[in-house]
Ligand binder design. Structure first.
Ligand code: NAD
Length: 368
């Protein structure tokens, strides 16, 4: 298969982790006999510096004409004083909109080798395997009007939360479909005791659920969900929710896993899928070669699964990551005191080697 990708390394540690993710996808292509075509383009602060535009047309066109996009991270302290439309983050928000990616998938999986990294007791974190399905293009982050008005000292501000039935329906279908390949449980999270948007959300999700009689649906208020996520995270399977609640709960679920550097994400549902690690540009460690590349590498696994339906290749990367961690390899964010740490590129190399080895074993099985 031809894997036509655009990479957007971005700012800070973005280029460092994307380099390792590319190294792994190159190994996958070699091992499984795929053809790889990669176009690298600027976004965020890197693009602002080069062209005064956080999402240059050339970058957008490259993304739209590829089969999937892999992004590193955008942002940095030198851009914090820029006006909103010239911030690196505005380039990323526009890219999501232009690609039409309304479904953001964020897995939070507690790997056995990393149980000790969780701030929760190992017996609470153990077995956690949640897929957060977050609506990405609606709700309070996009609703109009949004403005601040009035004289200094007496200003007021308004944001608008708005959802339509079709917007809720399409994300609900994504959640139920994905639950079919998992443990067949969907927890829909809202604030239906207070918000009209949430009452509509609950109503529509309940209606869509009738088309999925094999899936067990339950509803939870967002405050209860926040508590349940730390009290008994292993009970969740698919957690389906709107934009802002999903933004907050997915970081919380990620926190349970111990390091932001481990977390991957996929944004799908539009013409081209967008895949990125959950972390930001980490200016505090950028350029030092110590960032954890596994979130970016696991995002490549999601890319192969969702954009190319290459389940065997995706599973190969995920198994390789588990195996490398089980063998005791750690980047700086995962070590316990006294434990040696691998650099970003050493960790990438370990995973690439494990992918090559697993693929050889797979081929051996096919030959037999
Ligand atoms: P951050 O995720 O960049 O960093 C938070 C902390 O986690 C830091 O201590 C950092 O060193 C650590 N960390 C993050 N990724 C790591 C990795 N792969 N390996 C090891 N440690 C890692 O969040 P922040 O500091 O709040 O934001 C920094 C910049 O990134 C800001 O400009 C922000 O706007 C931007 N940001 C971008 C995205 C994105 O591109 N999607 C997401 C979040 C934040």
């Amino acid at each position: 298969m031809l894997l036509k990708l655009t990479t957007l390394p971005g700012d800070g540690i973005g280029p460092e982790v994307v380099d390792q993710a590319v190294r792994v996808v190159e190994e996958v292509a070699r091992a499984f006999g795929h053809q790889l075509s990669i176009t690298r383009k600027p976004i965020g602060g890197a693009a602002l510096v080069a062209s005064k535009n956080p999402l240059p047309d050339d970058t957008l066109q490259a993304c739209l004409s590829s089969s999937a996009v892999l992004l590193g991270a955008v942002g940095g302290p030198s851009f914090d004083s820029f006006p909103a439309h010239l911030r690196p983050e505005s380039g990323l928000l526009r890219l999501r909109r232009e690609l039409g990616v309304f479904a953001n998938l964020r897995p939070a999986v507690c790997l056995p080798a990393l149980e000790d990294c969780s701030p929760l007791r190992p017996e609470v974190a153990r077995g956690t395997n949640i897929l957060i399905v977050r609506e990405l293009l609606g709700g309070i982050y996009f609703g109009q009007p949004r403005q601040t008005e009035g004289p200094a000292g007496n200003r007021s501000a308004v944001d608008t939360m708005r959802y339509s039935e079709p917007e809720i329906e399409r994300i609900a279908h994504v959640g139920f479909e994905l639950a079919r390949s998992r443990r067949r449980k969907v927890t829909s999270v809202d604030k239906a005791n207070v918000l009209d948007c949430s009452r509509l959300w609950r109503d529509v999700v309940t209606r869509v659920a009738q088309q999925y009689p094999d899936i067990k649906l339950s509803h939870m208020y967002v405050d209860s969900a926040a508590m349940a996520l730390v009290a008994h995270p292993a009970e969740f399977d698919v957690l389906l929710t709107e934009n802002m609640f999903g933004d907050i709960l997915s970081d919380q679920a990620g926190g349970i896993m111990g390091s932001l550097g481990m977390l991957a994400s996929a944004s799908i549902g539009g013409s081209v899928g967008l895949y990125e690690p959950v972390h930001g540009s980490a200016p505090d460690i950028a350029g030092r070669g110590v960032a954890n590349p596994l979130g970016a590498i696991l995002s490549v696994a999601m890319l192969l699964r969702h954009s190319f339906k290459l389940e065997r290749e995706a599973a190969c990367i995920e198994s390789a990551v588990s195996e490398v961690l089980a063998a005791g390899n750690r980047t700086r964010d995962l070590v316990t005191p006294g434990q040696p740490a691998l650099s970003t590129s050493q960790m990438g190399e370990k995973v690439a080697e494990a992918v090559a080895q697993r693929a050889r074993v797979d081929r051996g099985k096919v030959a037999i």
